[in-house]
Ligand binder design. Structure first.
Ligand SMILES: [Cu+2]
Length: 134
């Protein structure tokens, strides 16, 4: 009888320990959802970005992999996040990566071949790439 009671105590202790670990694991998972790494693959062709808009959350690390299928370079930058690609341009028929930490809400056209705002159609290439951080 004493032996059985001891076993029950051990089993009860194990159940409590496993429950605590599971609870901590769930909590850590919830935190991961709040600040994630978001990866976007974006293609440039005929002076157009596809997709032409991406959306991420404040607290995210944003990685954008650009593929340029045009025979001209395209400029891209987000000064607010100190973000750009090597040499500021996605090379002709090449690739470039931009990575930044989104520490605040933001929404703008980040294509810098010409105008800095989505409503500005004055640049030679005419493309727009909207980055929105919500
Ligand atoms: Cu361009």
């Amino acid at each position: 009888m004493l032996m059985k009671s001891g076993n029950q105590l051990i089993i009860a202790s194990i159940i409590v320990a496993v429950s605590f670990i599971a609870f901590a694991w769930i909590l850590s998972g919830a935190n991961d959802n709040k600040s994630a790494t978001k990866v976007f693959d974006v293609t440039l062709e005929n002076n157009r970005y596809t997709p032409s808009k991406i959306t991420a959350n404040v607290g995210d690390t944003v990685i954008i992999n650009f593929t340029n299928k045009d025979s001209v370079a395209h400029g891209i930058a987000i000064p607010e996040f100190n973000a750009t690609v090597p040499n500021g341009h996605i090379p002709p028929n090449g690739t470039a990566q931009m990575k930044f930490y989104a520490d605040r809400p933001f929404k703008s056209d980040t294509a810098i071949c010409g105008g800095a705002k989505p409503s500005d159609k004055s640049d030679d290439h005419g493309e727009e790439f909207i980055v929105e951080i919500i």
